[in-house]
Ligand binder design. Structure first.
Ligand code: FMN
Ligand code: MN
Length: 467
């Protein structure tokens, strides 16, 4: 990434990120007009995981372009933070730890790009909000940051929730069990009040990560917006709401000022979730939009369920597990939430064993550090935790089926996982570490490391360079 751009300027502003990606050749500009219903997501899926994001310049029937894909590649993300990809979980863990010990609160400023246009009438149908999967209930906001305030003490919360567009000024929101937004809504109900909130669309990854920080790391009595300040290296900028008691993100592309009246519900779902299944249709809280503010030239931001969520919820989960394990388990080196495990159901933990029995300790500590996990596999430090074949090799050759499997029944987990109906299911831990101490039968066979550049190769008499 361009060395001249400082981290705060970049990671606080999605507009600056899009410009930088473009300058580096890491942005695919879709020039043809595209339908926001199905076609946009179908096209985006063709590029999923590449080291390039996508800007749909012409969305049929709308003025604003649509941006997607920043989170589907850890290489792109690492660039934005001027870090190496492998350093990302530790970097995120360090920023959160820094916020926990010395929080820098956000700053309310007078002006911000999001206030450039304050719409006189609310009409969500003017926004290019895509319909992603073929059975989705309709257009969804799926990457917006919600700011709400505790009705009792005013402490701010940041989170990401999906919102179905129901009509020009109405949304329906999915709030999972245990979320702080749900807690605030319950408090508002007890007080006989409605709950104000703002929905901030098109924000930078510092804030996206702050909102995705799990409650195990950010309890409800802390202002989670300060985590974005830790990423930015300066206070996150907010502006006052024009109608709402809740602030908006000064650098957002759009902000919706909203309110929820406790008890008012609307049908929401199905929606294609990160699990690879559809979330069910059910009555969920109705959200009234009171005002729409936006930049003069906004870009609508959406994400594709899949890798983009693995690298947001998953990465933040990894960082939190890493922080806790490093405090509690001697020898922990690295953690990865596998993609086959939907980015947050299966943690692979790597340890350099120093004492017998700590593989199982690591399993228990990992489950405690992140509630949605269903499986934990612990391996030694000679196993590549990002390579599924290597992990399987450790399981088939080192896991003792008699003593190495931990099973915990009737435990709280993630409600979107079909094996956790009503949030209750069974969790499994696999201790695939070698016995400690171990004999030569567990020594991994290796060949000498050679330097290919010192040798010449040919294929059909032509010089061959091994990739
Ligand atoms: C892209 C994305 C979509 C998400 N969608 C939802 C959702 O629809 N409902 C929900 O309750 N949590 C959702 N989450 C998870 C929460 O945002 C996340 O767990 C957050 O930490 C919750 O904040 P809280 O601890 O302050 O409640 C989503 C996360 C991401 C990154
Ligand atoms: Mn919270």
């Amino acid at each position: 990434m361009n060395k001249k751009k400082k981290i705060p300027a970049l990671c606080a502003d999605l507009g600056a990120i899009i410009e930088e990606l473009d300058a580096r050749g890491e942005l695919i500009r879709v020039k043809s007009p595209v339908n926001s219903k199905y076609d946009l997501a179908g096209l985006a899926a063709k590029f999923e995981g590449e080291n390039r994001a996508v800007l749909f310049e012409k969305v049929k029937g709308y003025d604003a372009p649509v941006f997607i894909g920043l989170y589907w590649s850890r290489t792109l993300l690492a660039d934005v933070f001027s870090r190496k990809e492998a350093e990302l979980p530790q970097y995120v863990a360090d920023c959160i730890a820094q916020w926990q010990s010395m929080p820098v609160p956000p700053k309310v400023v007078k002006k911000g790009p999001v206030l450039e246009v304050v719409e006189s009438a609310v009409d969500l149908r003017k926004l290019p909000i895509p319909v992603h999967a073929v059975n989705d209930a309709g257009p969804y906001l799926d990457a917006s940051v919600v700011i709400s305030k505790d009705p009792e003490n005013g402490v701010r919360n940041a989170s990401i929730q999906r919102f179905l567009i129901v009509d020009k000024d109405t949304l329906a929101v999915n709030i999972d069990e245990g979320r702080h937004l749900g807690l605030y809504l319950e408090k508002a109900k007890q007080r006989g009040e409605s709950l104000p909130l703002t929905i901030n669309i098109g924000v930078g990854p510092g804030l996206h990560f702050a909102a995705a920080t799990p409650s195990e790391a950010a309890p409800p009595d802390t202002d989670e917006l300060g985590i974005a300040s830790a990423f930015h290296g300066e206070p996150l900028k907010l502006v006052k709401g024009t109608k709402s008691k809740v602030e908006m993100i000064a650098d957002a592309m759009y902000a919706l000022e909203c309110e929820i009246t406790p008890g008012e519900l609307l049908e929401e779902g199905p929606f294609a979730e990160v699990t690879g299944y559809y979330a069910t249709r059910a009555p969920r809280p109705k959200v009234k939009v009171l005002r729409i503010c936006h930049r003069k030239k906004p870009v609508f931001h959406t994400i594709l369920s899949g890798k983009e969520v693995y690298n947001s919820v998953g990465l933040l989960g990894e960082a939190n597990v890493l922080n806790l394990l490093k405090k509690q388990i001697p020898g922990v080196k690295d953690v990865f939430f596998s993609h086959g495990g939907c980015g947050f159901y299966h943690a692979i933990v790597q340890i350099s064993q120093v004492r017998a029995g700590w593989g199982k300790q690591a399993i228990m500590a990992t489950f405690a550090a992140f509630a949605p996990l269903k499986m934990v596999t612990v391996v030694d430090d000679d196993v590549d935790i990002r390579n599924p074949s290597d992990v399987e090799w450790a399981m088939t050759t080192r896991l003792d089926g008699q003593t190495g499997i931990l099973k915990i029944d009737n435990v709280f987990g993630h409600g979107l996982n079909p094996t956790f109906s009503d949030y209750i299911g069974t969790k499994i831990g696999f201790d695939a570490t070698r016995p400690f101490p171990f004999g030569p039968e567990y020594d991994r066979a290796t060949v000498k490391k050679v330097d290919l550049s010192e040798y010449n190769f040919e294929v059909q008499s032509k010089k061959y360079v091994h990739p």
